[in-house]
Design a protein around this ligand. Structure first.
Ligand code: URA
Length: 437
């Protein structure tokens, strides 16, 4: 079919044959299809949706539009597993999870992203570590995954190149918010790393990428079903993002928290509960554990023995970071010039948090990007953020702000006060793990 004929079929709500979707996506990767045709196609999909079979075809075609990693030649002693998340605020899960499951025998080739909108980026956080190279040569990446069990790096140009063009067009044609397109975009990239199994963390709440709980749920189901049908067994967890997941948000500050968590501090914090649930799914899907109990036992051991922390240290070392990073992280991580408490205007209990606003405030402090090519200030952000249900008063601040200047700290403090609803009533956080698909 000519591209315009495929577009016409979708425009008229007719089914698209899988092999025609494949040819169209290959044409996008080869530059045979124009941006105008991509835009017309994505708008037709946005308006008319896609059948499950069509989304599977779009996903596999996107995955196969570039290099698909192979691991069989390395004779790894365990499964290749990974996690992906729709992103959040104070969401440092990847940094703990990758080393933790690697310490239990899994191999995790994690391709991560930079901050997007109000959400933080795992790569930006890792780049707080001097020397850490998120773009190793492909062969080096494979070596580190083999020797360490985990490597967290950035996306290379030959990974699902069709998605790069499609996403760029969607961004400027009001076609981002389509569950079939989001599913194929996320999975097309993720499945190109040659995984045996995947877990997906789909967020719900005021800091989530999806605008409503219903849409989050729909995306979670779509991803789990499409990935599994495309040949990669996938479980999707629906988890709470109605407040920052860790009590901090930023880059270096989240690395500090990561190290504490890997050392076994705060094992029952909200972020560790989510991380543990995802880890259990990964160990079971990768057949490293036969049951939830077995997985929990292995995870507990990997944490308390120091094995998980050692894997993180080795990953940092292998990817160019300091060899004594764990022992001397304070020496290596940038500190903000101004660190001060943010107090609420009245004493009371935290009722609600506008988590997106907290994330945007980190971006404005310089911890994220307002433009694609902007640089990130690794030192800024918030720490000691109170949770929903906790009390604040003139002694207990909402958070500590880390900023470049007094003026920036003051602006962020105003934004933070506006993002927190303080009241008289008792309040409790939403359930952390809301569903599994
Ligand atoms: N993230 C992606 O990679 N793709 C989308 O379409 C949305 C979020």
């Amino acid at each position: 079919l000519l591209p315009q004929e495929l577009i016409r079929l979708k425009r008229d709500n007719q089914p698209l044959p899988a092999e025609e979707i494949k040819a169209f996506v290959q044409g996008i990767a080869d530059d045979h299809i124009s941006d105008a045709q991509i835009g017309a196609f994505t708008m037709a999909v946005f308006l008319n949706g896609m059948s499950r079979e069509e989304v599977v075809a779009l996903t596999t075609a996107t995955r196969d539009s570039g290099h698909v990693m192979q691991w069989s030649d390395l004779n790894l002693s365990g499964p290749i597993v990974d996690k992906h998340s729709t992103g959040g605020v104070g969401d440092l899960v990847s940094l703990v999870l990758g080393p933790w499951v690697a310490a239990c025998g899994a191999f995790v080739p994690m391709i991560s992203g930079r901050g997007l909108g109000h959400t933080g980026g795992t790569l930006d956080k890792l780049e707080s570590i001097p020397g850490y190279d998120p773009y190793p040569a492909p062969e080096r990446f494979r070596e580190v995954v083999k020797s360490t069990g985990v490597a967290i790096i950035g996306q290379t140009g030959d990974l699902a190149p069709a998605d790069k063009r499609i996403y760029g067009v969607r961004d400027v044609t009001a076609t981002v918010e389509s569950i079939p397109l989001i599913t194929a975009s996320i999975l097309g990239k993720k499945l190109a790393s040659g995984l045996d199994a995947l877990v997906m963390d789909v967020k719900v709440g005021s800091g989530a990428f999806m605008p409503t709980p219903e849409k989050s749920r729909e995306l979670a189901k779509s991803i789990a079903n499409v990935a599994t049908q495309a040949g990669t067994p996938t479980t999707a967890l629906l988890t709470d993002m109605s407040q920052p997941l860790a009590p901090c948000a930023g880059n270096a500050v989240e690395i500090v928290e990561t190290l504490a968590l890997l050392r076994g501090d705060r094992p029952n914090s909200r972020v560790m509960q989510v991380t543990r649930e995802l880890a259990v799914e990964m160990l079971i899907a990768g057949k490293l554990a036969g049951s939830r109990e077995e997985a929990l036992t292995q995870l507990e051991k990997a944490l308390t023995s120091g094995a998980a922390a050692e894997v993180f240290a080795q990953m940092v070392r292998e990817l160019g970071g300091p060899s004594d990073f764990m022992e001397r992280s304070e020496h290596y991580l940038a500190k903000a010039d101004v660190i001060k408490p943010v107090y609420a205007e009245q004493a009371g209990t935290v009722q609600r948090i506008d988590t997106r606003a907290v994330g945007m405030s980190v971006v404005e402090l310089g911890g994220g990007r307002l433009r694609n090519d902007a640089s990130v200030d690794h030192s800024v952000g918030f720490t000691d953020i109170v949770e929903i249900g906790e009390n604040v008063d003139s002694q207990r601040p909402i958070a500590m702000v880390h900023a470049r200047s007094d003026a920036a700290a003051e602006r962020a403090a105003e934004q933070l006060r506006a993002a927190f609803t303080i009241g008289e009533a008792a309040a409790s956080a939403d359930t952390l793990l809301q569903d599994t698909f």
